[in-house]
Write a protein that binds this ligand. Structure first.
Ligand code: NAP
Ligand code: MG
Length: 513
């Protein structure tokens, strides 16, 4: 087998690549406004109640109407998934891995089309949307290989007179509850890792990105994945999501999303329901308040570029986004001025036209982010942005507040939008202390040429993904296994060497000879 390598990103400086995507966007535009049923086993169920998933850059445009699962569907889904588990879990690992390889190839073939759906449904620009699809391909390729390695099990210590083995078996039926911000990559990753291990999965994508979820299920049907292995069950998180989390037959929950929801899921899943015979396993990857530190020795141009890319890529709506720039006093004004200058160059407009900055995901996000700008504006000096307009799309100008105190709300709470707080530190040690002074611990980055500072950051910067002299977003599968500390989650390290095993349990067998 060819060793794993990351899917190359599309070079949109080439006219032929631009043409392919433009054509795909035009074709997808002709398919907008359809209704998507729940997919449970062989049944496609269109519900009376639907959710209209909108184009964030043009909220008059309905991407699709998504059926909304209710308790009765959850019961049917659970029954179907457990039935499918019996045969799916008994297949050789190689067969299940082959489904993932086939899925990767199928996604690769439909790459432009899937990129177009992402652009239109969540407002990613071309590069961001293309990277989302590439990451999904990576997850399939990577987890398939990992599963094949795991299928050998491990060799226990030999004991004369006994034949002993140690192997991994799947857990059962699990949930994949995914966010809207990497709606394809994360959903594909969370689902494929669990199914390749032999589990069956009910997916509950975020409503605001549920058409992408429907496309994922369509791909699974295209590769003839046995019905019932993956159930598509969109609906309201607080209704169907909670119902499924609390269900006595749910064996594990794989969640990626906000801290508030992750903590609630963790709590609900811990309550033993009547008839439940296991402790539910919860994997929860949650929010961040990620910082980039710059010291006086740094390449300041590289630092400024890294801050802008990390803070405003996909409108700051990445769990890894830089929302705090912590800069030492002697170069603070210089870095701030350059970041402002670079940010001013970011053009704002529809993702479909590949503007650098598009709209934020929906009306609720727009309201939340702009309320931070209004209510917390006094916590800093507004040096850029602060303006917003939701008449056509949910547009918020990249916003920078300077001189924010480390304990201000702007410096502590996840805003999840294009809002950056600049924080002044007396020196590197203080900068590091400020960086660590949050409940989160997802990504962080240090720009410095001082080896002592870099070594100190390696030892003390308490984040799951630490980057030195590069931006803090854009983790690559296999290269930068991804997951955070503290309130950023369970540190499951998606795209890392231990991920598939999270959805398995080990069995020891000992035979006396
Ligand atoms: P969210 O609001 O927490 O929603 C995530 C998912 O949970 C959605 O499918 C949502 O359904 C569902 N949900 C909501 N309430 C629920 C409940 N009570 N029980 C069960 N499920 C429930 O997060 P989001 O707004 O989609 O995504 C942004 C957040 O994700 C940010 O905080 C970001 O930092 C985090 N994130 C973390 C990572 C990571 O790897 N650490 C990666 C990406 C994103 P609805 O569609 O109904 O809301
Ligand atoms: Mg949400």
């Amino acid at each position: 087998m060819i060793p794993f390598r990351n899917e190359p990103l599309t070079d949109f400086s080439l006219a032929e690549n631009r043409k392919v995507l433009e054509t795909a966007i035009a074709q997808v535009k002709c398919q907008l406004g359809q209704t998507y049923p729940l997919m449970i086993g062989e049944q496609a169920i269109t519900t009376e109640r639907t959710f209209a998933s909108l184009n964030p850059c043009n909220h008059q445009e309905v991407i699709g109407f998504v059926s909304q699962g209710a308790a009765e569907h959850a019961e049917l889904a659970m029954e179907t998934a457990w039935k499918a588990f019996a045969s799916w879990s008994s297949l050789p690992m190689q067969v299940r891995a082959d489904y993932l390889f086939k899925l990767a190839a199928t996604i690769r073939r439909r790459k432009a089309e899937l990129t177009a759906w992402l652009i239109l449904e969540v407002g990613k620009n071309w590069v961001e949307a293309d990277a989302d699809v590439a990451e999904a391909i990576d997850f399939c390729e990577y987890y398939a290989r990992q599963a094949l390695e795991l299928s050998a099990g491990r060799t226990p210590t030999p004991l004369p007179g006994e034949r002993n083995s140690f192997t991994y078996i799947p857990l059962g039926v699990g949930l994949a509850i995914s966010p809207w911000n990497f709606p394809f990559a994360i959903l594909v990753g969370m689902t494929t890792a669990a199914i390749v291990a032999g589990n069956t999965v009910i997916i509950k994508p975020a409503n605001t990105a549920a058409v992408i979820g429907a496309k994922f299920h369509e791909l699974l049907r295209e590769i003839y994945l046995p019905a019932g292995v993956v159930t598509y069950l969109p609906g309201s998180g607080s209704e169907i999501g909670e119902y499924l989390v609390s269900h006595p037959r749910t064996r594990f929950v794989n969640f990626t999303g906000s801290m508030a929801v992750g903590l609630r899921i963790n709590q609900q899943a811990a309550v033993t329901q009547p008839g439940q015979i296991w402790i539910k396993r919860v994997v929860a990857e949650m929010g961040g308040k990620d910082a980039i530190i710059v010291d006086e020795s740094a390449d300041l141009e590289a630092a400024a570029q890294g801050i802008v890319k990390s803070a405003f890529g996909f409108q700051g709506q990445k769990c890894s986004a830089c929302s705090r720039a912590i800069v030492v006093d002697s170069i603070y004004d210089q870095v701030l001025a350059r970041v402002v200058e670079l940010t001013k160059q970011l053009a704002i407009g529809p993702a479909a036209e590949n503007y650098a900055v598009g709209a934020v995901i929906d009306a609720a996000a727009f309201a939340k982010i702009t309320s931070y700008i209004r209510e917390c504006g006094h916590e800093g000096r507004l040096v850029l942005g602060g303006e917003y307009d939701d008449r056509q799309g949910y547009y918020i100008k990249p916003t920078i507040f300077a001189d924010v105190r480390p304990d201000a709300r702007l410096a502590q709470e996840e805003i999840f939008g294009p809002v950056l707080a600049f924080i002044r530190a007396a020196n590197f040690d203080e900068a590091l202390a400020i960086a660590n002074n949050t409940i989160y611990g997802l990504t962080g980055s240090v720009y410095s040429l001082n080896r002592k500072h870099l070594e100190k950051a390696k030892a003390e910067f308490h984040v799951g993904n630490l980057y030195l002299n590069r931006h803090c977003t854009g983790a690559l599968v296999g290269v930068h296994p991804f997951g955070g500390f503290n309130m950023s989650g369970t540190d499951s390290k998606a795209g890392g060497p231990d991920y598939v095993q999270l959805f398995m349990q080990a069995k020891s067998i000992s035979e006396k000879l």
